[in-house]
Design a protein. Structure first.
Length: 767
């Protein structure tokens, strides 16, 4: 393998993919990111961004040429000893005829495209030996360096080029000492240029210099190309004007819709439920892609509303797709369960479903429906954050129901909006039905030149959907007292706690055994939760009962509601599921003063204020809403104001130290500490779960799981209702095991997990 022989078939992957094929795959992705690259060039002020990236892609995996690594890929005996190919890949860029500032950029992103510099410092900086030898590629004419133009001249089409023939490489041996010197120089150069030198304050905000963005975006884009190319993704679909043809079917759009469709500004829309807010956002988006086609993040607070929006946008946008490609993606913590129930799951379509899940998680689709945490996580420096922030550059963000977040999440969203708009050239469209004026002012201070669109007074005055009736009684008594009114009506019953919702469900079932009744809350298995959500949309469902899980973004329409008291914004969301389109006379809404969950789910003071303002209302029209909300939330309470200010400051300071090439484990831990949920398995499903696991059918197994809060988990554990069981299975000829928390509480497919009842299951022994 030395002298003047041409390179033999060089592998890049164990599956037989050659190095040449992998480079071609990465370049396909790069060339499909055409508009994105223009945005990245603009932000980073790096006019040759594209050319540097092409060079990095060409050389990023050349270290795999190492003969011991090739043996590893061919499953032959080898002395690779788990070394990193990136260290050797860095060597090849030495032959590039580039200014030092660009050469070091290429070296850094090549070295860091899999592992952080922290990893290399820990494992290699003090290492005396890296390898016995490396066979090194260089140009046929050993006396000359490459010049980028020599390489770009060969780039006529994809496949890019035949590396063996076009670039005419030969193989030459290089000493390990030169490898170490080059590798350490890259690491030391970055250590000697701390993040503080490329971050400064401007207009009161943390501002990253062009060097910061060059590091971030070059590394992020290389990772995207490598990641997607390795996944076999051949091209990235883009939005097209034809995707929005469904908007033409709206014969008489409202004024607030027309106003939304005619602006490209950052916008907030304040409009009631059922007034076509989603169409407003999509019309705004259509206008945006005419100006600049980029990725879209549609952000919703809850899993149920994300699932519903995915089905809706898929139906609206993909019916008119100009090519056979999905453009609407989805990602949240229960994605597997959603996909398994979206189409009838079986072991035969396991591979297809798993591939679809992988595509959704990679955020390949031009429209991604996500929770805010799928964006926030990148600002906490989780692994791969450079890819995430690069994808966000120039993105269009649609925030639906922004009022629904707790004060900590809202403060963090406020900070990322500030950064994304000012420094990442993002645009945002925010929607809400119930935003207090003081929060609106906070957003206006964060987002420069924010356009505020509201429904017209004449529209609001006409929208009289609800008759408010308040009773100083509990929900069970009010249901019983009004049971005669249920005839020929579809009825919603909303409680603050799961236990109370289960009581209501059982009572309704006992009184109306032949009627279709549906219960929704968070203590169902994934499979049953999806079935119940589907029932909620079924017009034959007579009674829909649930917790706050049904109050946001479900496009459903019932005739009557009985609800426990909650803060005004939560109640208004619940009301929005009754007489949604205002095509019926005002419908009755009964509010119970004596309610569960006060001071545990909701603050008593807010509930009392809500009762006070609603007792003045008989028939509710939308023109009253803003005043009612402002009466309850007239200003920051001192506690929330301090929390908001502190969280903003902490988060801004955290972003200060977010540095490409390095790990941020403390920030990652901070991010994941937000999620205190623990997965449990109802004992009823233990045998089914175990069998699915043994068959390696993890998707089916996941459908039996329920996610509960850590506080409830520890309560169940203290009361001896949780047992740890172990599932043994074989994978890749290796025996493996997985522990699962089995809950001994009774589970009912219609009612969910019953904490006060014990499950007796034969054939399962609990210690």
């Amino acid at each position: 393998m030395a002298g003047n022989k041409l390179i033999p078939m060089i592998l890049a992957k164990k599956d037989g993919t050659t190095l040449e094929e992998h480079i071609d795959d990465c370049l396909r992705i790069l060339f499909s990111l055409n508009e994105k690259i223009s945005i990245l060039e603009d932000i980073s002020e790096l006019s040759n961004f594209r050319e540097l990236l092409i060079l990095a892609i060409l050389f990023h995996d050349f270290g795999k040429i190492h003969h011991e690594f090739q043996k590893l890929l061919r499953n032959e005996d080898n002395n690779w000893h788990s070394q990193r190919h990136e260290i050797f890949s860095v060597m090849f860029s030495n032959k590039l005829d580039l200014p030092d500032e660009f050469l070091i950029l290429i070296k850094k992103i090549i070295l860091a495209h899999h592992k952080s510099f922290d990893y290399f410092k820990q494992h290699y900086m003090s290492k005396e030996e890296l390898t016995s030898e490396l066979f090194y590629i260089q140009n046929q004419n050993n006396s000359k360096n490459f010049h980028p133009k020599d390489i770009f001249a060969t780039i006529k089409q994809i496949p890019l080029c035949d590396i063996n023939k076009t670039l005419n490489f030969i193989i030459k041996k290089i000493t390990e000492n030169k490898i170490k010197i080059n590798f350490k120089k890259v690491i030391i150069d970055e250590i000697n240029n701390p993040i503080e030198e490329i971050v400064f304050k401007k207009e009161g905000l943390i501002f990253k210099s062009k060097i910061y963005f060059q590091n971030l975006f070059l590394l992020g884009t290389l990772k995207i190309c490598d990641h997607y190319g390795s996944a076999g993704i051949k091209y990235l679909p883009i939005l097209n004007i034809k995707h929005f043809q469904f908007l033409n079917k709206i014969n008489e759009p409202y004024n607030h819709q027309m106003e939304s469709w005619n602006t490209t500004n950052n916008t907030i829309l304040i409009a009631p439920t059922g007034s076509g807010k989603t169409e407003c956002a999509l019309g705004w988006l259509k206008n945006q892609i005419l100006e600049q086609n980029s990725q879209v993040y549609y952000i919703l607070p809850f899993t149920a509303s994300i699932n519903a929006m995915h089905k809706r946008l898929t139906n609206d946008l993909e019916n008119n797709k100009p090519e056979d490609a999905e453009i609407v993606g989805i990602n949240h913590g229960k994605l597997t369960q959603y996909l398994a129930n979206l189409e009838e799951y079986s072991s035969e379509n396991y591979t297809k479903l798993y591939k679809k899940k992988d595509l959704y998680k990679k955020l390949v689709h031009p429209i991604k429906i996500v929770t805010p945490f799928q964006i926030l996580k990148f600002f906490f420096g989780i692994k791969g954050f450079e890819m995430g922030l690069t994808n966000l550059a120039g993105a269009k963000l649609i925030f639906d129901e922004i009022h629904a977040y707790d004060i900590i999440t809202y403060a963090q969203i406020n900070v990322i909006l500030e950064n994304l708009i000012k420094f990442f050239k993002c645009k945002v469209f925010i929607m809400t039905a119930t935003m207090p004026t003081f929060l609106l002012n906070e957003l206006a201070a964060t987002i420069p030149k924010l356009k505020i669109i509201k429904t017209e007074d004449i529209f609001n005055q006409k929208l009289k959907r609800h008759i408010i009736k308040i009773y100083d009684d509990n929900i069970m008594n009010i249901i019983e007292a009004n049971i005669s009114k249920f005839k020929n009506k579809r009825v919603m019953i909303v409680t603050n706690t799961i236990k109370k919702s289960q009581e209501c469900f059982n009572y309704i079932k006992s009184k109306f055994p032949s009627e279709k009744t549906c219960l929704i809350h968070s203590r169902f298995t994934g499979k049953d939760r999806m079935k119940n959500e589907a029932k909620a949309y079924d017009f034959n469902t007579k009674f829909l009962i649930g917790t706050q899980a049904i109050e946001v973004s479900l496009d459903i329409d019932y005739d009557m509601m009985i609800t426990e008291i909650a803060p005004i914004d939560a109640l208004l969301q619940r009301f929005g599921r009754v007489n949604r389109k205002a095509n019926k006379p005002p419908c009755e809404v009964f509010i119970c003063e004596q309610s569960s969950g006060i001071n545990t789910i909701y603050e008593k003071e807010l509930c009392d204020k809500t009762l006070e303002v609603l007792k003045k209302v008989d028939i509710l029209n939308e023109a009253m809403i803003q005043n009612l909300v402002d009466e309850v939330y007239n200003e920051w309470n001192e506690k929330d104001k301090i929390i908001f200010s502190d969280i903003k400051k902490l988060f801004e300071n955290s972003l200060n130290s977010l540095n490409p090439f390095f790990e941020h484990k403390d920030k990652e831990e901070d991010f994941y500490s937000k999620f205190d949920n623990i997965n449990i398995l109802p004992a009823k499903f233990y045998n089914d779960y175990k069998q699915a696991f043994e068959r390696l059918d993890f998707i089916k197994a996941d459908n039996y799981i329920i996610s509960i809060g850590s506080k409830l988990f520890h309560s169940l554990k203290i009361n001896n209702k949780i047992e740890i069981k172990e599932c043994i299975y074989t994978k890749n000829d290796q025996l493996k095991s997985e522990k699962i928390f089995v809950c001994k509480c009774k589970y009912d497919n219609e009612v969910g997990l019953l904490l006060d009842e014990h499950e007796e299951i034969s054939g399962i022994s609990f210690l």
